[in-house]
Write a protein that binds this ligand. Structure first.
Ligand code: PMP
Length: 431
């Protein structure tokens, strides 16, 4: 497979953009390659600037539940654009979007739109701190909540891949109130609450860890978080930036039957345009300016074009809930096929799947927390990734990320993926 045009673009890009990319996980560095540059996508496939085609398991890291360039989604978009792309004063579609989210999530009485998942979690924390009048927050090792200062501590996703889970540039004073516990370990949470409980404003968690591979939260753990936050008067925030409207229409809170006080959304609610949102109980959300004193704002927040796309995407999902079952069936098919390959090859690898979230860890499980995930063989993953890429399959270019499926992935593509997975694993484990 030739990548001449991508290579040329990358060379140019590095002159003007740090590392040539606008987000580190795009760099392909941890798999020892240079990134491919994409020209276009359709359904579950994307084409790079050299004309190579790939089955896409990144899917923009989650937003594209319906695949690339979905016709129903894009229909009429020119008309929306022709009316203007931003006004800085309210539009009707913002009201529709907010009402839709509130109706879909019983724990959310009110919602504020922002422009990214990072903004959603950062703002939710500020509101939780304002509401409780407390300072400390609890997060979990290996959970990624975007790149705001207070949350960039023992983080996940690219921060693990690039070895900077706690970033330079974040002042020690800013993170002194960020307490980090072990994922799926209630004892570690009880300890910090016993010590600092009166000053803990919020616990923020990915209910299904999707930024250290895939590490599902155990039901008792999430229930434990619900109970202890209630007991101490802290705000429980579910970061559903990945899971919201993906693992089920009602997100992880529907699947687990646990209601948080606040929820953060991103990705799917923008259908590929820059969108995030945070919402929760009325009395908490009424802390937000201009009703309350907690300031949070955005020139492009609730942007009409983004709202139009997101609202349409969510409506398609609502009217086609079979998509959720189908996505899970596709993930099960991959899980089964890859597990058979692992068995045939007699290698140490483990598929973890939760609903349609999936990850192939190149080590033996269990994988319940960050430490266990770190056992994985990232060098073998790099070989595996390259072998898959050469066969026309684009996986996340890092071991510690989830694979993303869309409604557009068909049986044929899944079967081809399983076949290639066998060949690629064989090479990776021979080296
Ligand atoms: N929270 C979670 C759970 C995420 O997975 C991400 C992004 N991968 C974020 C927050 C940050 O979202 P964004 O990249 O849109 O800022």
């Amino acid at each position: 497979m030739k990548h001449c045009n991508s290579e040329k673009l990358f060379e140019e890009a590095q002159k003007y953009i740090p590392g040539g990319v606008n987000s580190p996980v795009r760099a392909f560095r941890s798999v020892g390659l240079n990134p491919i540059f994409i020209e276009k996508g359709k359904g579950c496939k994307i084409k790079d600037v050299d004309g190579n085609e790939y089955i896409d398991y990144i899917c923009s890291w989650g937003p594209l539940m319906l695949g690339h360039s979905n016709e129903e989604l894009l229909e009429g978009i020119e008309e929306v654009v022709s009316k203007g792309t931003s006004f800085g004063v309210p539009t009707e579609i913002e009201v529709k979007m907010a009402k839709f989210i509130v109706e879909a999530y019983p724990s959310v009485d009110m919602v504020r739109m922002v422009n990214s998942g990072t903004e959603a979690t950062m703002s939710a924390l500020r509101v939780a701190r304002g509401y409780t009048n407390r300072n400390k927050i609890v997060k979990f090792e290996g959970c990624y909540h975007g790149h705001s200062d207070a949350l960039l501590v023992k983080s996940g996703s690219g921060t693990i891949t690039f070895g900077v889970p706690t970033s330079p540039g974040v002042p020690a004073d800013t993170v002194k109130d960020t307490l980090v516990c072990r994922y799926n370990d209630m004892e570690s949470v009880k300890e910090v609450f016993q010590k600092y409980g009166d000053d803990i404003a919020a616990v923020i968690v990915e209910p299904v860890g999707g930024n250290m591979g895939v590490v599902p939260g155990k039901k008792e753990f999430l229930q434990g978080l619900r109970d202890i936050t209630k007991e101490y008067g802290a705000v429980l925030i579910f970061d559903e930036v990945i899971t919201g409207f993906r693992i089920a229409f009602g997100g992880a809170q529907e699947v687990y039957g646990i209601e948080p006080d606040m929820t953060c959304f991103g990705k799917i609610i923008g259908a590929g345009l820059p969108v995030g949102a945070y919402g929760g109980k009325k009395e908490i959300m009424e802390m937000v300016s201009p009703v309350g004193p907690v300031y949070q704002a955005g020139t492009l927040s609730g942007n009409p074009l983004a709202m139009h796309m997101g609202y349409k995407n969510l409506n398609i999902l609502k009217n086609n809930k079979h998509i959720y079952d189908e996505l899970e069936q596709k993930a099960i098919k991959l899980e089964k096929g890859i597990n058979e390959n692992i068995k045939k090859l007699g290698i140490k690898a483990t598929v973890v799947r939760f609903k349609a979230m999936l990850c192939l860890f190149l080590a033996e499980g269990p994988f319940d927390n960050f430490q266990e995930v770190m056992k994985c063989d990232t060098e073998k993953y790099a070989v595996y990734f390259k072998e898959m890429l050469d066969r026309g399959i684009l996986l996340p270019p890092a071991q510690f990320e989830a694979m993303f499926l869309s409604a557009a992935h068909g049986d044929e593509e899944l079967e081809y993926t399983i076949k290639c997975n066998y060949e690629a694993l064989k090479v990776a484990f021979q080296k």
